[in-house]
Design a protein around this ligand. Structure first.
Ligand code: PLP
Length: 391
């Protein structure tokens, strides 16, 4: 008999993957499924990024490299953080990882131990609490509502802090809600973090996908004291359509980067060497800005369509997302929980959506608009039909 470690028994398997697997299985049987479940841009990686990686491959960048990343990439990331985010980092403050997910996992292993509490506002990206548990820490979930645009208030943060609190997780723009914190809101949270001498990890993976003039403020840019307590997690997946490349990074005080490098040196070692040169091109070549703008323009149009369609269905509601490519829809007026709703929606109308339960909000579902307009219209016709047939 295999006796699994307690560590893994405490972890919740991904609900997202279960729904996606069911939807994929139905598609494979030839069923016309409309999917709102995707967590990745439906655009290809821009050509200049692919070319740079192909060139590096042709030039023989095929060997083991430094664990913390290729020097030109660490340099380019430090430059980007200084320029875009007003964060005073050098290449030594950076570790390149196998995606943003791996960044956060490395961080939890380096920082969290038994009994440490990590404050996570809900709705949250589903991996945060599980990573904390894998590091044997305790996730402290703080529920937020649509009334505050799913933002944690300063009072809620203050009340969640105990002697055991070590880290606060901030994700703006957020997956699953699309919420973007304003400069003033971030400043208030920063003051509390400094006053209680906590650390904050700012997951900025959607920083470039913003709407209606929303601005991304990096919490570490708000002063020396908060900067010392900030860890940035970011990656290339969403802004540059590079989900499959698996490249992310952490930026943090050097001692922490050294600790995560030690962990990485005994787990994955360096990220695929030639792929890292594609990431350098993503940051250094002007073409990236054009590609990003094109993608954000498409998302802007789709967001408008999907919001209009949701708001035309009396039993559904959602705040206006200001970033990322998701809408988080309140389904409580249907009287169903999110798992039953998504199961029935897939079964009856062949539409895949992610139950809010996966993100700590069982009264909602997440719809991703990283899909073409025709599919959005068709999928929304089906959702409308489904909701209207409910009593
Ligand atoms: N953080 C958030 C909020 C995300 O939504 C994701 C991916 O969906 C990640 C981090 C990890 O991204 P990746 O590991 O693909 O870089």
């Amino acid at each position: 008999m295999i006796q699994l470690a307690t560590r893994v028994k405490q972890v919740t398997p991904s609900i997202t993957l279960a729904i996606s697997a069911k939807a994929k299985g139905m598609k494979a049987q030839g069923i016309d499924v409309c999917s709102f479940s995707s967590g990745e841009p439906d655009f290809d990686t821009p050509q200049h990024i692919k070319d740079a990686a192909a060139l590096a491959l042709a030039q023989g960048k095929t060997k083991y490299g430094p664990v913390a990343g290729e020097p030109p990439l660490r340099q380019a990331i430090a430059h980007k953080l200084n320029n875009d985010n007003k964060l005073n980092y050098t290449a030594d403050n950076i570790i390149v990882t196998n995606g943003g997910k791996h960044s956060l996992f490395n961080l939890m292993l380096a920082l969290i131990e038994t009994g440490d509490e990590v404050i996570i506002p809900a709705p949250y990206w589903l991996s945060y609490p599980e990573m904390v548990k894998l590091a044997e820490g305790t996730p402290v979930i703080v529920e937020t509502t649509a009334e505050t645009d799913y933002k944690i208030t300063p009072e809620q943060l203050r009340q969640a802090i105990t002697k055991k609190t070590k880290l606060f997780v901030l994700n703006s723009p957020s997956n699953p809600t699309g919420t973007v914190y304003s400069a003033e809101e971030i400043k208030e949270l920063a003051q509390i973090i400094v006053a209680h001498d906590l650390l904050v990890v700012s997951d900025e993976i959607y920083e470039k996908i913003l709407y209606d003039g929303a601005e991304h403020i990096s919490i570490g840019s708000l002063g020396e004291e908060i900067f010392k307590r900030t860890i940035i997690s970011n990656g290339f997946a969403k802004s540059y359509s590079m989900t499959g490349w698996r490249i992310g990074y952490l930026a943090a005080p050097i001692a922490l980067i050294k600790a995560t490098s030690t962990i990485q040196s005994h787990s994955t070692s360096n990220v695929c060497t030639f792929a890292q040169y594609g990431a350098v091109a993503a940051l250094e070549r002007d073409e990236s800005l054009g590609c990003l703008q094109e993608m954000v323009n498409a998302f802007t149009q789709r967001r408008q369509v999907i919001l209009e369609r949701i708001r035309a269905i009396p039993k559904l509601s959602c705040p206006t997302p200001m970033g990322a490519f998701y809408v988080f829809v309140d389904i409580s007026r249907t009287g169903m929980n999110s798992l039953d709703f998504c199961d029935a929606l897939l079964e009856n109308q062949k539409v895949a959506a992610i139950p809010g339960k996966a993100f700590g909000a069982d009264n909602c579902i997440r719809l991703s608009y990283a899909t073409d307009l025709t599919s959005i219209e068709k999928g929304m016709d089906r959702i409308e039909k489904f909701v209207n047939t409910l009593k």
